[in-house]
Design a protein around this ligand. Structure first.
Ligand code: C2E
Ligand code: CA
Ligand code: CA
Length: 550
């Protein structure tokens, strides 16, 4: 407000006050209004009110020349009214100011909360989505799955999972580079989520995805989803000028919500996916509880092998290898058994395959070898040579470096003469024999150990190949022996020529699975050197063999 404006205002107010003082009855509202207007004009300090009161009191009555009996009284009441109006206006202004501060504070807080919510949403999105493909990640998938399984009406509902994994995706990365690989993944992810809408597709990492079928009415629903997903990936993806093929495998699990848990469902889906991969990929497989149970039992059995070895649950039975010429005991084959604390005595067919798959055959085979040598060294014959012990070797044992040293060490430690140890190697292993395997066999033969080809006749039966190998014996598989029923049967002629060929190569022949005296007679007539089978004796503990030797 300029000085002139201020003067004008004060003039106006003064006029109004003068008017009020002259008017009967005294209108105190004029005083109130003047006080209010002073504050509105920002004449609002404590001093300003004092000064105003002073000026009005000293000057107004005098200047106006007012004479009335009650003029002092009227003036006092008018001044009080001004002060009241002034104080009220001041208070109202303060309240207004406080109110606007409060409002500003509220607005600021609301803004801050909105910003916080936005960044929380951003964080939440980042924490629950895969940065590459933008698909939900494992966390979000886990939450949704848990929510489905915990649902209130879960008793009647069914749920399905498709666990999908691209086949040999590593090759795409290897041949085109990771950036092409990433772009192919992004494209595959987009195709997948479009193809199976509205079902949730999550990326679990790498090239693994999972599709959640929340309200399934049966396996058919989930199979249809899997087929839609596979169809979406059937065409190659064009990335950076390359036609990138993305075949995929799917494992499908579908069951009642009430009968399952997230972990259970995921584990089953993972196993089922594995079955698809085993079958060559590019397709889907439906979960099979019976197969899963079998595989889990195998898994458990395999996991128990190391403990079983530690606790001495394995032992060896020995089966005679008998001369067909004079009936003497030439050797014995060591056959491993497992006295399982819960399952009873298990034959090798129950666990050798497992041990080979998992590599546990290495420690198990080493134990068998050592145990056979340890027991055999104590066998002494009353007349002639004590029998040799024949030990089965798995492929893994031969492929592993250090076998020659292991055998040499064993012979030295136990004092078993090398020619009383025979190692049985399967025919298929010989055929796939690398240079290295042949070198190992030579080194073993050089130690003086016998080498036999086990189960001969079940594979390639390539005798010519044997010419270059340091083999001393052929063990002809029981299948051949079983064919020896009628005289002049084809099997008998084949076996006869096999025996003469083997002899020409300086190999002795042992027939396996000899169950009858008739078979033994025929084999002897053909010229077979030795027999093994129930006719000569079943596999039995070492002391049984010992008494037989004596
Ligand atoms: P294999 O080497 O062919 O051993 C002979 C198998 O034939 C033994 O079965 C034996 O009990 C059985 N057998 C013996 N005589 C007869 C007969 O007259 N008729 C019939 N039907 N069967 C007969 P087993 O003990 O169950 O062993 C099975 C296989 O397990 C063995 O076949 C061998 O390949 C493997 N195996 C056994 N012990 C070991 C081991 O310590 N290491 C490795 N790597 N494999 C082993
Ligand atoms: Ca054998
Ligand atoms: Ca055999």
């Amino acid at each position: 407000m300029t000085h002139a404006q201020l003067e004008l205002l004060l003039q106006r107010l003064t006029d109004r006050l003068a008017e009020a003082l002259r008017t009967e009855p005294l209108d105190l509202r004029v005083g109130h209004r003047v006080g209010t207007e002073l504050v509105a004009a920002h004449i609002a300090s404590a001093e300003a009110l004092g000064r105003t009161v002073e000026v009005i009191q000293l000057r107004l009555v005098r200047d106006l020349d007012l004479v009335a009996d009650d003029i002092d009284d009227r003036m006092a009441r008018l001044l009080a009214a001004i002060a009241t109006g002034y104080a009220r206006a001041l208070r109202d202004r303060t309240l207004d100011e406080q109110e606007s501060i409060r409002r500003a504070a509220l607005t600021a807080r609301a803004d801050a909360e909105r910003a916080l919510r936005a960044s929380e949403a951003r964080f939440r999105h980042q924490a629950t989505h895969d940065p590459l493909t933008g698909l939900p990640n494992r966390t979000l998938f886990g939450e949704r799955l848990a929510a489905v399984l915990d649902g209130p009406t879960s008793g009647v509902h069914r749920v399905g999972l498709c666990f999908l994994d691209l086949d040999r995706f590593k090759r795409i990365n290897d041949s085109y580079g990771h950036s092409i690989g990433d772009r192919a993944l992004v494209a595959a992810a987009r195709r997948l989520s479009r193809a199976v809408e509205p079902h949730l597709v999550a990326r679990l990492g790498g090239d693994a995805f999972v599709i959640l079928v929340e309200r399934s009415t049966g396996t058919g629903d989930v199979v249809a989803v899997a087929e839609a997903a596979l169809a979406a990936l059937a065409e190659p993806i064009l990335v950076g000028g390359h036609d990138v093929a993305v075949p995929a495998s799917v494992g499908i699990v579908e069951r009642r919500v009430a009968d399952t848990s997230p972990d259970d469902l995921m584990r089953a889906a993972g196993s089922t996916l594995h079955w698809t991969k085993l079958a060559g990929g590019a397709g889907w497989t439906l979960y099979d509880a019976e197969r899963d149970r079998r595989e889990q039992a195998r898994q458990a059995l395999s996991a128990a092998i190391p403990g079983g070895l530690e606790r001495g649950e394995f032992y060896l039975d020995y089966q005679p290898l008998t001369s067909l010429q004079d009936g003497s005991l030439l050797g014995v084959e060591a056959l491993v058994r497992w006295r399982h604390p819960q399952l009873g005595v298990l034959g090798p067919d129950n666990f050798i395959g497992l041990a080979e798959e998992t590599g546990l055959i290495v420690p198990l085979g080493a134990w068998v070898l050592a145990e056979a040598c340890r027991e055999a060294v104590g066998w002494t014959a009353a007349v002639g040579e004590p029998p040799y012990v024949s030990v089965n070797l798995a492929v893994r044992q031969v492929r592993r470096p250090g076998l020659v040293q292991e055998v040499r060490g064993l012979l030295a430690r136990t004092g078993l003469p090398p020619n009383r140890l025979q190692l049985e190697i399967t025919e298929s292993m010989m055929m796939s024999g690398t240079e290295e395997a042949v070198r190992v066999l030579r080194a073993l033969a050089d130690l003086g150990v016998r080498i036999a080809i086990d189960d001969f006749g079940t594979g390639y039966s390539n005798l010519a190949y044997l010419r270059n190998l340091p083999v001393t014996e052929l063990k002809v598989a029981g299948e051949f022996v079983r064919g020896l029923r009628a005289p002049e049967a084809a099997d008998e002629r084949i076996l006869a020529s096999l025996v003469s060929l083997a002899h020409a190569l300086d190999l002795t022949v042992t027939a396996e699975g000899v169950e009858t005296v008739g078979q033994a007679e025929r084999l002897r007539a053909i010229g077979c050197d030795a027999g093994q089978g129930w006719h000569f004796g079943r596999p039995a503990p070492a002391d049984h063999i010992l008494s037989r030797i004596r």
